[in-house]
Design a protein around this ligand. Structure first.
Ligand code: ADP
Ligand code: MG
Length: 375
């Protein structure tokens, strides 16, 4: 277990050299390690931030929610910065225990085993948001897709290409209308046997959003978190300047295609290139199109959503990957006030929304295509 975490941290550090090249974080998907691992926090490292306003910088890695996380916090002193990181560790542990489908006692695991449970506040909120976003995205974002995610082996890393017959059998078990949820009591029940819910497409966005609340409570001047490469920025750097977040290059995960400057927002990427397996020369990734029961099959390699709310950004990024380029663009045009996005096609063509034009800088490549506002 320890060995595995060390290996993972090295992997995250492959992303971090980008920091030295002028980015504080890289927004990307990270590979899924084995699913049973319990959350593990690494030692906090303190350094001189170089900012008079908040001289201490604290950095720490954590392994949780099947991914490697990195937290950076600025503070007036070691005690303040350290406390914010410790509080972040504790919050992630709490959420991991609530939301994991692999920890036997988590609310979701109980629901998936028994078909009914009463959700606590965080899970109830997440289910409500997930159902709203299901509605807004024409069913593309669908947490009831769990039986399919399982059939493809993504829950256990025992990968498998299910037969047409299996998929046909499972599709009717993935309908959100069969998730009966009473918001007031938190009681949820699944109408059909063998249904299940999976928060994998939204939980990390919610977690990073919660960390922003923690940082606010701790009164730190600024910080950022990357959860499996998904980034959320708390305020700005101590001198008020923007952070720089790299958008990962799907063709070379140690590289990035460009940098987004920003503060106080989530920058969350969903991509087909990190969690996947190969069978008979074909790649199968983990974003399942609820219409077909198979991995989404279109020209997109990654979709990055930028907006204030981490939960929304995470769910939308997953949904855009299923929509594909044209539908994603049309969706943005109808919802232009809600989010910005970066789409990367399989040929590595980069497309951005006009709101990013002034704060996106391509790295060693031509300027991206800019989407026009809708009619
Ligand atoms: P990552 O977890 O790599 O950041 P995503 O946010 O796109 O990427 O989440 C993908 C995960 O979401 C899958 O591993 C699975 O657990 C779940 N999932 C797969 N397909 C869907 C879907 N259509 N709607 C909602 N969640 C999905
Ligand atoms: Mg997502």
């Amino acid at each position: 277990m320890k060995k595995q975490v060390t290996a993972l941290l090295c992997l995250s550090l492959l992303v971090l050299p980008a920091c030295n090249a002028g980015t504080e974080a890289t927004s990307s998907s990270e590979p899924a390690p084995t699913s049973e691992a319990a959350p593990q926090a690494m030692p906090i490292e303190y350094s001189d931030s170089g900012y008079a306003e908040a001289p201490v910088q604290a950095d720490a890695d954590m392994y949780a929610m099947d991914t490697v996380m990195h937290f950076r916090v600025y503070g007036r002193d070691k005690a303040q910065a350290g406390k914010a990181i410790e509080d972040a560790f504790a919050e992630i542990k709490r959420l991991d225990a609530l939301m994991s489908t692999n920890q036997k006692q988590s609310e979701l695991a109980v629901l998936n085993r028994t078909g009914t449970t009463t959700l606590s506040k965080d899970n109830a909120y997440l289910l409500k948001r997930a159902m709203e976003i299901n509605d807004q995205t024409d069913g593309h974002f669908n947490i009831a897709v769990y039986p399919l995610v399982k059939a493809w082996g993504f829950t256990t890393q025992k990968y498998n290409v299910p037969s047409e017959e299996t998929i046909t059998k499972l599709l009717p078990l993935t309908e959100v209308k069969d998730v009966h949820f009473d918001e007031k009591s938190g009681k949820v029940s699944l109408a059909k046997k063998n249904m299940g819910l999976d928060f994998g497409g939204i939980a990390k966005g919610y977690a990073s959003q919660r960390l922003m609340d923690i940082f606010k409570k701790d009164g730190i001047p600024g910080g950022l978190v990357t959860l499996g490469g998904n980034t959320q920025l708390y305020r700005s750097k101590p001198d008020g300047s923007d952070f720089a977040v790299g958008v990962q290059n799907p063709q070379d995960v140690e590289d990035y295609v460009g940098v987004i400057r920003g503060s106080d927002e989530a920058i969350i990427t969903s991509g087909i290139y990190q969690r996947f397996f190969e069978r008979d020369g074909k790649k199968y990734h983990h974003i399942i199109d609820p219409a077909t029961g198979a991995p989404a099959d279109n020209t997109l390699s990654s979709a990055t959503v930028i907006c204030q709310d981490g939960t929304t950004a995470d769910a939308l990024a997953t949904a855009l990957m299923i929509m594909g380029r044209d539908e994603a663009i049309a969706f943005w045009q109808k919802n232009a006030d809600r989010f910005e996005m970066v789409l990367i096609d399989k040929d590595n063509k980069v497309t951005i929304t006009p709101g990013l034009q002034d704060r996106y800088t391509p790295k060693d490549r031509p300027a991206p295509e800019v989407i026009a506002h809708g009619a």
